[in-house]
Ligand binder design. Structure first.
Ligand code: DOR
Ligand code: ZN
Length: 345
């Protein structure tokens, strides 16, 4: 008999949907799996104000198949010059669900990001006052800090002092990748939570570097040692309400990844739930999948839980080696593998 798992429809609390032809190609995958998604604003140029976010939201809605019942939740890209009142207005008008802090230079399209959190002090004060979530890319960018240590150093130098200074600020530590990050989130107040991607639960840095360089396993923050992956698996499957689903699905054209300077990002949207489900099953924690995927996120954001349900079946799911789209060829996470669980349409 086929095993099935029926849960409340999940949301994706961190995704890159891109724009133009790429948006057309990828939005359907996220909309098939999730009811809502926190959409990253790192377009070129970035989504830095209410008007840009409204227009982008319309383009996303137009790119999703009709009847999908999918709601994009928009974020404001913070820069050194962000006007606190623009952020307040966007939140109060229901356009912005959160704001995103990219340390300048940390990742794809982060050049206009924040060079020093002191420069957005006024914005953060308003956010703490109105209860708006700050989504954080938690890595320092200093050339003297090893790329594998950048998350731990960010906690020490930036995030811990920031939360001491503004203890009410709601923070989602995005795409957590380290044991230090898990410990920090666990020991912080209820106003601090984290998203965890499928790739950081499945792979450590060996997947990127053993037997040849594997550009499709490269994302930022970069996958780290095995002990960090194990800490993340314990956090995701351990039942704490502080950890929830955020895929960080980040599509790049195949040739942009398979290049002498390959882009960071793993495209996991088409089989994200299948990927997470494999982890929860291996950890004997399928009974905790629903809280991680569908409950902890909306509760943290103060949003209603989804009322409809999805079903996964345990009868095998073959992941193609490549998805050919009009925008580009895209190599999905788990390309060429067979996963056990499959989302039923
Ligand atoms: O791997 C990543 N890709 N990490 C990020 O932070 C950004 C993302 C992208 O936009 O490609
Ligand atoms: Zn991201």
């Amino acid at each position: 008999m086929t095993k099935t798992l029926t849960i409340r429809r999940p949301d994706d609390w961190h995704v890159h949907l891109r724009d133009g032809a790429m948006l057309e190609a990828v939005a359907r995958h996220t909309a098939r799996q999730f009811a809502r998604a926190i959409v990253m604003p790192n377009l070129s140029p970035p989504v830095t104000n209410v008007e840009l976010a409204k227009a982008y939201r319309e383009r996303i809605v137009a790119a999703v198949p009709e009847g999908a019942g999918f709601t994009p939740l928009m974020t404001c890209y913070l820069t050194d010059n962000t006007d606190p009142e623009e952020v307040r207005r966007g939140f109060e008008e229901g356009v912005f669900t959160a704001a995103k802090l990219y340390p300048a230079g940390a990742t794809t399209n982060s050049d206009s990001g924040v060079t020093d959190v002191a420069n957005i002090r006024g914005v953060l004060e308003v956010m703490a006052e109105i209860g708006m979530v700050l989504c954080v890319h938690g890595e320092v960018t200093s050339a003297d800090v090893d790329v594998f240590d950048r998350e731990a150093v960010f906690i020490e130098r930036i995030l811990a002092p920031l939360l001491k200074d503004l203890p009410q600020l709601k923070v989602v530590f995005e795409h957590l990748t380290s044991e230090e990050g898990v410990q920090f989130v666990e020991s912080a107040g209820v106003n601090v939570a984290a998203t965890i991607t499928p790739q950081h639960l499945h792979i450590n840095r060996n997947a990127m570097l053993v037997g040849g360089m594997r550009p499709h396993a490269y994302c930022l923050p970069v996958a780290k040692r095995e002990k960090h992956r194990l800490a993340l698996r314990r956090a995701a499957t351990g039942g704490s309400a502080k950890f929830f689903l955020g895929t960080d699905s980040a599509p790049h054209a195949r040739e942009a990844k398979e290049s002498d300077c390959g882009c960071a990002g793993i495209f996991n949207a088409p089989f994200a739930l299948e990927s997470y489900c494999a982890v929860f099953e291996a950890e004997n924690a399928l009974d905790r999948f629903e809280s991680f995927a569908s409950e902890n996120g909306p509760k943290f954001y103060g949003l209603p839980l989804n009322e409809d349900r999805i079903t996964l079946e345990r009868n095998g799911c073959e992941v193609p080696g490549v998805l050919e789209t009009p925008a580009a060829d895209l190599v999905p996470f788990h390309a060429g593998e067979t996963l056990q669980w499959r989302l039923v349409d």
